[in-house]
Design a protein. Structure first.
Length: 335
């Protein structure tokens, strides 16, 4: 018996085989290059729930990683500015105390001559920013923390220029910095009385990494630098001895203020450690979910490569068969 198959039918069969093999080859090539299974339905056995849950957790961990990174950077910037404040205060405190103990006016006033510049540096540090946001302004991150150094100094001098002695001048400076209704709290500090929002570093764990420019330790540091500057520049109504008394008070106050700054930095350092630990935990959790996702989606590279080679050989055979069939003609046979 003879069953004839037309050339058109044969050609259609070859085209279909070629199309199927090409699709299978592309799928295998995609799995080889990406390392992931192309057929999600088969990979998940029709249940996408676990995969979607893993993707959601990874997305949440990614967002949290960004928040942790931002908090870490802000805390580090705050720590650096605090170091600048502390170094500036300590830069003349010890020398000034030694000079006043020796009761050497020339030496004491020589050391104190840098106090006005020190005030500028400290104010600059307090007005420090990270990514366009004020570090020491509390919740008012869009504004500066304190007024500029010249404005603050002018406000202080307005209180001390007519002070007849050191006691009155010191009391005026203390009133400016420590009285809740004084100049610093009413006009000097331009930030918010509320802390900046904390960062969520884990479920239900929020850390407050911000410091405010109206913190008592910072005000105390500014008080002693400003007092030394007023004495050194003679911006008070007392005698040279009154100036020495003010320098002695500023020197001893600078040492105690340094302890307060150390306390602030220690607290901030503890928060930085919390943030670092949270970053490590977040990375570890993300790694676990990545492993779980790969267990569902990852393709066996050896199996995918073997399948790719087999399909490649199949395609070559189809091309060869197609070429030979296209050359089969009755007239060629009769020749």
């Amino acid at each position: 018996m003879y069953t004839g198959v037309s050339n058109l039918a044969t050609n259609m069969q070859m085209v279909r085989a070629n199309s199927q093999s090409r699709m299978a080859l592309n799928t295998a090539g995609q799995e080889v290059s990406s390392g992931k299974k192309a057929d999600l339905m088969a990979a998940t056995k029709g249940d996408y729930g676990p995969l979607f849950a893993i993707e959601r957790n990874l997305s949440q961990l990614g967002l949290r990683a960004g928040a942790i990174k931002d908090a870490s950077a802000k805390a580090a910037a705050t720590q650096l500015n605090m170091q600048n404040i502390q170094d500036t205060l300590a830069g003349y405190g010890v020398e000034l105390l030694a000079a006043t103990d020796l009761n050497s006016q020339s030496q004491a006033f020589g050391v104190a001559s840098s106090a006005r510049g020190a005030l500028d540096r400290m104010i600059s540090a307090i007005n420090g920013q990270y990514a366009g946001q004020a570090l020491f302004a509390g919740a008012g991150v869009d504004a500066g923390a304190v007024v500029d150094a010249q404005t603050m100094y002018n406000d202080i001098v307005a209180l001390t220029v007519a002070a007849p002695d050191s006691t009155t001048a010191i009391a005026a400076i203390d009133d400016y910095f420590f009285n809740p209704a004084g100049g610093f709290m009413t006009t000097g500090f331009t930030g918010s009385p509320l802390n900046a929002p904390g960062a969520e570093i884990a479920d239900g764990e929020i850390v407050d990494y911000s410091l405010r420019g109206d913190d008592l330790a910072i005000r105390n540091a500014l008080r002693n630098v400003a007092m030394a500057a007023v004495a050194a520049n003679g911006d008070h109504g007392g005698s040279a001895q009154d100036g020495m008394n003010m320098l002695a008070e500023a020197a001893s106050g600078a040492l105690s203020a340094n302890d307060g700054l150390i306390g602030l930095r220690q607290g901030l350092g503890f928060v930085e450690k919390q943030i670092d630990n949270a970053a490590a935990r977040n990375t570890s959790e993300a790694s676990v979910f990545e492993i779980n996702r790969n267990s569902i989606l990852a393709a066996d590279p050896y199996e995918a490569a073997t399948r790719f080679q087999a399909l490649e050989g199949q395609m070559e055979a189809i091309y060869l068969m197609t070429s030979r069939l296209s050359n089969m003609r009755l007239q060629n046979y009769l020749r």
